[in-house]
Write a protein that binds this ligand. Structure first.
Ligand code: SAH
Ligand code: SF4
Length: 399
């Protein structure tokens, strides 16, 4: 989501004459888009500001824009602490970023229409904000309540991206499958996006388990353009911890949703938090057993990080060494399961969308290495010959 926001902000800068560079020394302005979901992310953004302070001292005309979720959380205190910042633009302000640039007087007025991101894979934000209140999570306070973008605007956005060369679209939202605009449900939107000329594959992230209904599965089951991958964050395998996190589902409900998705051919990955303040050894074991039952092919695992202002931040923290030990055990289990999941793909036929000359991703989101080079963006049909770690190798390819 942050990558999509960065892209959107950059396009407004480019309409005002900016050209992208990754070389700090030749840049006149830097856009720092920040995350605050865990403390570590915010720290990194602030320590980068320390580096930028020296960069700006070399030439006071240089411009620094500090944007995104950490900017939203820290707000006005930022300009006091870091007086050299030119623009602070929080995550809730992204829709008004063009005005923010114009009001700053630092950029020339927009000279050309805002361009469209190009590339074979593109993002499309369909929903901003979140209506949940998971007790550990800072997102609702920095991004605000849910706002679904109008279906027509999304279809227009995807059409422009497809005309600019996108073959794969990733639909984005914090509870993306709760999308609703009038009579248009998330499943309707997926199907309509997949019908746009040029679009060959539609992905989405992050869905919430409670919105995966039998109606959803029914509506998408015959549409092969909808990627057979769902990233479905579980956070914990213990019903007690899930209740304390206010996730809105039990361990059993989560496993039922996973099973229904798998029966429709979807591969599942997840996010897990270890060391939530009330997590006991037994709760953690429940997480390990859920991971084994759900057959995830990948999992992002995080140590719990207290976020100021969230209900969980009031609770007594577990010792860091407990968090580290649990994370280590979980990561080992995830690595093994992941390798098994890759092994299970051997002998299957896959459609691979090339992201590099000899490497691409299958519909189920597995990385596949081809035996010869293809143009990036081509769809290659192949059989899976063997797996090594988390990489599949193809044979009998044709595009
Ligand atoms: N909306 C998504 C998650 C968005 S945040 C959902 O509900 O599934 C992305 C991930 O960051 C979460 O899935 C969670 O695993 C992790 N996360 C969020 N807050 C956290 C915290 N306080 N400490 C550690 N990890 C956290
Ligand atoms: Fe955070 Fe929960 Fe909303 Fe996801 S659903 S963004 S974890 S509050």
């Amino acid at each position: 989501m942050n990558e999509a926001d960065s892209e959107e902000m950059f396009l407004h800068l480019s309409a005002r004459g900016a050209i992208r560079t990754d070389n700090l020394e030749e840049a006149d302005a830097v856009l720092v888009n920040t995350c605050t979901v865990r403390d570590h992310a915010e720290h990194r953004a602030l320590s980068f500001l320390g580096r930028l302070m020296k960069w700006k001292r070399q030439n006071p005309n240089r411009v620094i824009i500090f944007a995104g979720c950490a900017a939203q959380r820290l707000g006005n205190s930022l300009k006091k602490r870091y007086p050299f910042l030119n623009i602070v633009s929080g995550a809730k302000e992204i829709e008004h970023f063009a005005d923010t640039l114009d009001k700053s007087g630092l950029f020339s007025p927009a000279q050309k229409p805002t361009a469209v991101a190009s590339g074979f894979s593109a993002y499309a934000t369909i929903m901003r904000g979140c209506n949940f209140n998971c007790t550990y999570c800072i997102v609702p306070s920095v991004r605000g309540p849910v706002k679904c973008l109008p279906t027509q605007d999304i279809l227009q956005d995807v059409t422009r991206k497809a005309q600019a060369g996108a073959k794969e679209i990733m639909l984005l939202g914090q509870t993306v499958n709760a999308y609703q605009d009038g009579n248009t449900s998330f499943a309707d939107l997926l199907n309509r996006v997949s019908e746009i000329p040029g679009i060959e594959r539609v992905r989405f992230t992050s869905p919430h388990p409670i919105y995966f209904t039998p109606q959803f599965l029914q509506a998408v089951k015959d549409n092969p353009k909808i990627a057979r991958h769902v990233h479905l964050p579980v956070q914990s395998g213990s019903t007690k911890v899930l209740r304390e996190m206010k996730r809105g589902y039990t361990r059993e409900v989560f496993l039922e949703k996973v099973q229904a998705l798998q029966e429709h051919g979807f591969n599942i990955s997840t996010d897990i938090i270890v060391g939530f303040p009330t997590e006991t050894e037994q709760d953690f074991e429940q997480t390990l057993s859920l991971v084994a039952k759900a057959h995830f092919f990948a999992a992002y695992c995080f140590k719990y990080s207290p976020r100021q202002g969230t209900p969980a931040a009031q609770m007594q923290l577990l010792p860091q060494n407990v968090l580290e030990k649990r994370l280590d055990i979980l990561l080992n289990q995830v690595r093994d399961l992941s390798e098994h999941a890759y092994q299970r793909q051997i002998g299957t036929t896959q459609e691979v969308l090339m992201e590099e000359p000899t490497k691409g991703r299958s519909s189920g989101n597995f990385w596949v290495q081809t035996s010869r080079a293809y143009p990036v963006g081509n769809m290659v049909r192949c059989e899976i010959d063997r797996a090594e770690g988390t990489l599949l190798f193809a044979r009998n390819e044709h595009d």
